[in-house]
Design a protein around this ligand. Sequence first.
Ligand SMILES: [Zn+2]
Ligand SMILES: [Zn+2]
Length: 171
Amino acid sequence: MLRVDLRALDRGPVETTATVKPDDPALHDVGFALAEPVRVSGRLSAAGPGQFYWSARLVTSIAASCRRCLKDITVAVEAPLDVLFTEHADSDDPSARVIPARTTAVDLGEPIREELILAVPEFAVCRDDCRGLCPRCGKDLNSGPCSCAPEPEARWAALEALRSALPPDER
Ligand SMILES: [Zn+2]
Ligand SMILES: [Zn+2]
């Protein structure tokens, strides 16, 4: 159900429900791994001559790895879809997608793909307070401290040295 017959809209809004599988051509090469199909639900309605408004929501999840501890995680993804399909090429509506005049069907695959790509976070963490891996021994610090000596605070030490070199009234 990624193509909707616009002639059906003469009888009123059309419910749009779709389950887009990860191997669907519309989701080819998105740049991340879907952990489940993308579920889309919403409605398409006529919005004046040559215009159709689609309001929907997409829900899915992706397989990723925590950027701090590298553990495999599943990240929930959800996004609204607000699209105005219009025959008016000069539309200045930011949600407008121009369609040819007298089109009889619209393809929802492309807007789903675009919104999904925008909604997927560039970086994911397993939890907000993930402590990550020790940069020296690689131990997962979520399971306790490692035996490396604490990192010397090199930058602060340098600042402190500068400060103590100043005359007392300028510190
Ligand atoms: Zn993590
Ligand atoms: Zn360590």
